[in-house]
Design a protein around this ligand. Structure first.
Ligand SMILES: [Zn+2]
Ligand SMILES: [Zn+2]
Length: 370
């Protein structure tokens, strides 16, 4: 296939200045970068084509040569192997910072270094905080990319050099019988490049101890033990490797009053025995504040009442569960003389009459004992 003119590839005038070139290339690279177009060979070709055009035209010497002699003039110039993204890694970094993670490598591009460790963080939340989506700010102690060398591990002003043993490919090829076998280059550890002068700040590791502030969104109604994954927020990679991931485990703190059952909340509320007998109003705490519950006369200990919609929200939904209030009747432990007198009178007044509950209890006992 015939090569397209570099100016045509970038869609710029032959008189375009450095800024115009950069803008044109940036737009193309953003559109066709392989990380944004996984498994799309056409996009990858376009990206390589644009990268090659930009690499030549952004270099004043090469541009002059190309202007005068065309592609022929560039013959023998190194660095335009279309398969080699590494050659353009620095250009991309300059243009986009770490937008594509080119610095750390991402499995697609070979590179130096090892992946950083995954981190785990336990985030405690109160039951009440589950009512709404909540943003939590975390302070994570972790290995961060070294600011001096931007994580490369190379002394500022220097850059990792292409490995001479594997000529930068990171792989050594062997012929074994009919087979060609490749294995990682032992001189550079498969990275294809070697740091000659190490960064003094991080001693070549590309990372230093530090802390990072992060904001996580805790979904409403989340279950205790839920694990959130924050890709790339783990420890920085070693010697320019990719970062690990951060896992945030949600721990819902036990509540002194509520027990959770999925989206329902259970609680127990004491009422004085006079209240239970005569009926009345009782104050019940809910996650939204206090509510008044009407208890009918003759309420037995253990009876439950439902406060609809006072439970927890469904995960990702609006609907809330219920609050189940179980009543237990409190019997006074200390009586004044007058109270005792009144209760004795109450008992006499009732005579042998017993409540429906205890009557059925007595009946059951009769059945059982014959
Ligand atoms: Zn460093
Ligand atoms: Zn090597």
């Amino acid at each position: 296939m015939a090569k397209r003119d570099y100016y045509e590839v970038l869609g710029v005038d032959r008189s375009a200045d450095a800024d115009a070139l950069k803008r044109a290339y940036r737009a193309l690279a953003l559109e066709f970068h392989p990380d944004r177009n996984p498994d799309d060979p056409a996009a990858e070709d376009k990206f390589k084509e644009a990268s090659e055009a930009y690499a030549v035209l952004s270099d004043p010497d090469k541009r002059r040569t190309y202007d005068r002699f065309g592609f022929e003039g560039l013959g023998g110039q190194p660095g335009f192997d279309a398969g080699d993204f590494g050659a353009f890694g620095d250009v991309l970094n300059d243009l986009f910072g770490d937008l594509f993670g080119t610095r750390g490598g991402n499995g697609r591009r070979r590179g130096r270094g090892r992946r950083g460790a995954d981190l785990r963080y336990t985030l405690e939340v109160e039951l009440k905080e589950l009512l709404q989506v909540r943003e939590s700010t975390l302070q994570i102690p972790k290995m961060r990319p070294c600011g001096t060398c931007s994580g490369s591990g190379a002394k500022p002003g220097t850059r990792p050099e292409s490995c001479s043993r594997c000529r930068g490919s990171g792989q050594l090829m062997f012929q074994q019988g009919f087979f060609r076998i490749s294995r990682p280059c032992d001189a550079c550890g498969g990275a294809g490049e070697i740091v000659k002068e190490r960064c003094a700040t991080c001693r070549g590791a590309g990372r230093i101890e530090g802390e990072q502030q992060l904001t996580v969104k805790v979904p409403a109604g989340v279950e205790h033990g839920t694990r959130l994954r924050l890709a790339g927020e783990g420890e920085a990679g070693i010697e320019g490797g990719p970062p690990g991931d951060l896992y945030v485990d949600i721990a819902v703190k036990p509540h002194p009053f509520f027990q959770r059952d999925a989206t329902d909340l259970h609680c127990q509320v004491p009422i004085p025995f006079v209240h239970a007998a005569l009926g009345g109003e009782v104050e019940v705490p809910t996650l939204d504040g206090k509510m008044t519950l009407r208890v009918p006369e003759g309420t037995q200990s253990g009876k439950t009442f439902k406060l609809a919609g006072k439970g927890l929200p469904q995960l990702g939904g609006r609907q809330r569960g219920d609050q189940i209030v179980q009543i237990f009747v409190e019997v006074p432990t200390k009586l004044t003389d007058r109270q005792r007198e009144l209760l004795e009178e109450f008992a006499r007044e009732g005579g042998t009459e017993v409540s429906p509950v205890s009557r059925s209890f007595v009946e059951k006992l009769k059945d059982l004992l014959g």
